[in-house]
Design a binder for this molecule. Structure first.
Ligand code: SAM
Length: 281
């Protein structure tokens, strides 16, 4: 069966996110048969092509020249060229240039196909240990605090796993903002995926803050994965009151609150408030 990329048109080809071995047979075939390969940084892509013995014409397509070169690319496609778009890593158009080119191809009724493959967000999600059935991908977290908090707060009510790209040096601040905006949640930091120093730190957000405060900011590339809000079980106030009355007759307020919180698995503040009321009575 003839593959779509063997015909004229634009093909989006996913490339490795670190380990150069993570490239599919179809990706190699598409790169080999392209008249032109559009990439962000020719030095990065050259390494990949050389590793797989591919000799092809590389041409720059990045956020700074995209607007300028897009009409020429469209002209080339109209003339019947087979053009491949790759990015420095992973799937083009995922937090990478590509979207506007795809839009322009659709507008000009030009053929587009895909050779899917690695993308950091899915790699991170699948090894995070957090729910995968439903998730939200928020792209890069903004580097300014106010904008970052706004973005996090906007997703607060979502009952899904949240995934963000971030820079390693900003990670600690992002985690602090996540804790401030989203409260206590499970999370995972996936770092340097598929590379020699691949590492995943899992825990609740506060534990991760402590970890990076102790060990210093991580090095390399990171994906932040944050679990959905934990559903607090409804509190049966009558049951809580009876339990606390009994506990308070033999224990301190602090111990009673802890014992009841652990036993019922409900929020400590609700238990504490009820304990104070009983003490007042
Ligand atoms: N197009 C890429 C993709 O499909 O994942 C994303 C490119 S975006 C410009 C780069 C960001 O992706 C990094 O800042 C980091 O958050 C994430 N990333 C890329 N490669 C990674 C890796 N090997 N390990 C962890 N995160 C990675």
């Amino acid at each position: 069966m003839a593959d779509p990329y063997s015909k004229p048109g634009l093909t989006l080809v996913s490339t490795p996110i670190g380990n150069l071995g993570d490239i599919s047979l179809r990706a190699i075939e598409a790169l080999r048969s392209a008249d032109k390969i559009l990439c962000e940084d020719t030095r990065v892509s050259k390494r990949l092509l050389e590793k797989h013995g591919i000799v092809s014409r590389l041409s720059n397509y990045h956020e700074h020249n995209a607007k300028l070169v897009r009409p020429k690319i469209i002209d080339g496609l109209k003339a019947g060229a087979k053009i491949v778009l790759i990015s420095d890593a992973g799937t083009p158009s995922i937090s990478d240039p590509g979207y506007q080119l795809v839009k322009a191809c659709i507008k000009n009724d030009l053929k587009i196909s895909t050779v899917p493959g690695p993308t950091a967000l899915i790699a991170a999600l699948t090894i995070s240990g957090l729910p995968t059935d439903s998730f939200y991908f928020g792209g890069f977290l903004p580097n300014k605090r106010n904008a970052r908090r706004k973005k996090l707060l906007e997703q607060k009510e979502l009952e899904t796993t949240l995934i963000f790209y971030d820079s390693a040096k900003r990670l600690l601040n992002s985690l602090k903002d996540a804790n401030y905006c989203l409260g206590e949640r499970s999370a995972a930091i996936a770092r340097e995926l598929t590379k020699i120093h691949e590492d995943v730190q899992r825990g609740n957000i506060l534990e991760l803050i402590e970890y990076y405060e102790r060990n210093g900011p991580p090095k390399g590339e990171v994906v932040v994965v944050i679990g959905p809000p934990t559903k607090k079980p409804n509190v049966d106030q009558k049951e809580l009151k009876l339990m606390l009355q009994e506990l308070l007759s033999n224990n301190s307020l602090r111990d009673s609150v802890k014992l009841a919180t652990d036993k019922l698995g409900v929020s400590r503040s609700i238990v504490y408030e009820q304990a104070l009321n009983i003490n007042k009575e």
